[in-house]
Ligand binder design. Structure first.
Ligand SMILES: Nc1nc2c(ncn2[C@@H]2O[C@H](COP(=O)(O)OP(=O)(O)O)[C@@H](O)[C@H]2O)c(=O)[nH]1
Ligand SMILES: [Mg+2]
Length: 245
């Protein structure tokens, strides 16, 4: 079992056909976190079997009977971890190697920081101490996010549109790396799939008056991640998904 301090933390990982990199992602995650919930959506490449190989290192596998999409997988994972009465904090983390455990650690440590004055980037104040949600952002502080110019432009348009819809002022609205406390997990009820689930999460954070903040994170664009669908078309799909939802 990894180092203590994170015994009340669960990492929720939605996975769909990431066998090429998933073992190394799980090795990284379980090196720090002892409770991991993988939600597989009928992967056909053995991703679920990889998760099972890590059962002895705290990985629990939940499988949908057919592909329900990333939003449904996240909701399934959140409901699963709510079943642990000792769970106090949750990280959502991608299976494709784009996220970094060091960022997840820093984010989870920001939760419940004593004496913090919780205020979202839009300045929403809360009467409660501490933070409920820490949102990963690749663009915070002016970062360019390691992506091609055209993709960045489309993604920025999606971010601007999402901010308009949800009434927030975030620098990144489509980042799967998040940390949240139990109160936030219980407040989320994700029903949207595709990229629209990211917008829905933000809407629910706002509606539940959860205290949130953005945290600068690194998103890696490996040849694997790029080949998988980090194309310009992928960014355009985010926009289409947003408008059609
Ligand atoms: N369970 C499940 N996970 C999915 C599905 N689609 C994508 N994912 C996972 O969700 C995470 C983010 O997906 P990805 O395609 O990398 O999105 P992006 O990097 O935000 O463009 C990865 O861990 C994927 O394996 C799905 O239909 N079901
Ligand atoms: Mg990805």
């Amino acid at each position: 079992m990894p180092a203590t301090g994170f015994d009340d933390v669960w990492v929720v990982i939605p996975v769909y056909n990431e066998a090429a990199v998933f073992a190394s992602v799980l090795a990284d995650v379980t090196g720090t976190f002892g409770h991991v919930c993988v939600v597989d959506d009928c992967s056909t490449d053995g991703s679920a079997a990889i998760a099972q190989e890590f059962a002895g290192r705290g990985v629990r596998l939940v499988r949908h009977p057919f592909n329900l999409g990333q939003g449904a997988a996240l909701q399934t994972g959140l409901e699963y971890v709510l079943g642990d009465p000792l769970m106090r904090r949750v990280i959502t983390f991608d299976a494709d190697g784009q996220h970094h455990v060091a960022d997840a650690v820093a984010m989870v440590e920001r939760l419940d920081a004593s004496g913090a004055t919780p205020a979202g980037p839009a300045g929403q104040a809360s009467s409660r101490p501490g933070l409920d949600v820490v949102l990963g952002s690749r663009f915070l502080g002016g970062g360019k996010g390691e992506m091609g110019g055209a993709k960045r432009l489309v993604l920025k348009a999606a971010i601007a549109y999402t901010n308009l819809v949800v009434g927030m002022k975030l620098t990144d609205t489509h980042n799967g790396l998040r940390a949240m406390n139990r109160r936030a997990v219980a407040a989320l009820h994700i029903t949207q799939n595709g990229m629209a689930h990211a917008t829905e999460i933000l809407e629910q954070v706002k509606r539940a008056n959860l205290a949130y903040v953005e945290h600068k994170v690194k998103i890696s664009y490996s040849p694997y991640a790029k080949a998988k669908g980090q194309s310009l078309l992928n960014a355009i799909n985010i926009l289409v998904d947003l408008v059609l939802r």
